[in-house]
Write a protein that binds this ligand. Structure first.
Ligand code: PAF
Length: 279
């Protein structure tokens, strides 16, 4: 596996990978890889000839009081995992390469980024869309793969790829979960053993609410019951639990397919997100 940090070298290496019409899939990550990321890599191996993974902890998608400095980083471990998976190229730029002095252009996400995580984290999705647009231009993949755990992010990136004519396929990969249901996340590493045990209340509450809503229960009551169960399970606060149209992300006061339950909640200093299909 090649590890590349320079844009001109990246262009040469990707051009070589694409020789003879070979397809390249990009898996953008911020590192601290877990089985969820590796499931994206494995999907990439199924749908393309080569997989390129990027690791870049993107400062512009973190708010001033968020965990940019504390975000777990272990490139050597991540690179070993990716090499084992048969990844062709690891793109690992530093901040000065990604945002050279005077960098002053960004992507602004309109209505899809206003609610949910966008409301709780102002500017977050502009930072995500900007760095993903740059990664698309740098790597020029045929396919890009993102996890469904960040459902709002996936919807925003699909819309951006369409609106800005990136001309590549965006694939979503199913959420990878631990045996007790908790969605895999690099931020799970922040949880104490007690918090980790309590965190199972989060997916359990979403699963129960999704089943209730699909079975005809009142949406507002089901969402309120899910919030109560998450707090009773040991979470400190809830950013949102909402029923949304799966594509437009519009809030749904009553169930209609395709719908998705979207949620974010905080336990101690850790903010977890999750989502669940309904019906
Ligand atoms: O989902 C992530 O890890 C990040 O938001 C992404 C897509 C790599 C952009 O920094």
């Amino acid at each position: 596996m090649q590890i590349i940090r320079d844009i001109a070298m990246l262009h040469r290496a990707v051009t070589a990978l694409k020789a003879d019409g070979k397809a390249v899939a990009l898996v953008p990550t911020m590192g601290a890889l877990h089985d969820g990321h590796l499931s994206l890599v494995r999907m990439g191996k199924r749908v393309a000839d080569h997989v390129v993974v990027s690791i870049f902890v993107n400062p512009t998608q973190f708010g001033p009081n968020e965990d940019f400095a504390a975000y777990p980083r272990d490139e050597a471990r991540d690179a070993a995992l990716l090499a084992q998976e048969g990844v062709s190229l690891l793109w690992a730029p530093d901040v000065a390469t990604m945002y050279p002095a005077g960098h002053g252009t960004h992507v602004e996400v309109a209505e899809l980024g206003a609610d949910y995580c966008g409301a709780a984290r102002p500017g977050h999705f502009d930072g995500v869309a900007t760095v993903v647009a740059k990664l698309f231009n740098q790597v020029r993949p045929d396919i890009a793969i993102f996890g469904e755990k960040d459902w709002q992010q996936l919807a925003i990136i699909r819309r951006m790829a369409r609106d800005l004519d990136f001309g590549l396929d965006i694939l979503g990969a199913p959420i990878a979960r631990d045996a007790d249901g908790l969605a895999l996340s690099s931020r799970n590493a922040y949880l104490s053993p007690e918090q980790r045990a309590a965190a199972t209340a989060f997916p359990a509450a979403l699963k129960a609410a999704a089943a209730a809503i699909a079975g005809g229960a009142d949406v507002a009551q089901s969402l309120a019951a899910a919030e109560a169960a998450i707090l009773a399970g040991g979470f400190d606060s809830i950013d949102y639990v909402a029923l949304a149209d799966a594509a437009s992300l519009e809030r749904l006061p009553a169930f209609r397919a395709p719908a998705r339950l979207l949620a974010a909640a905080r336990i101690g200093k850790t903010r977890l997100i999750d989502n669940h299909p309904v019906g």
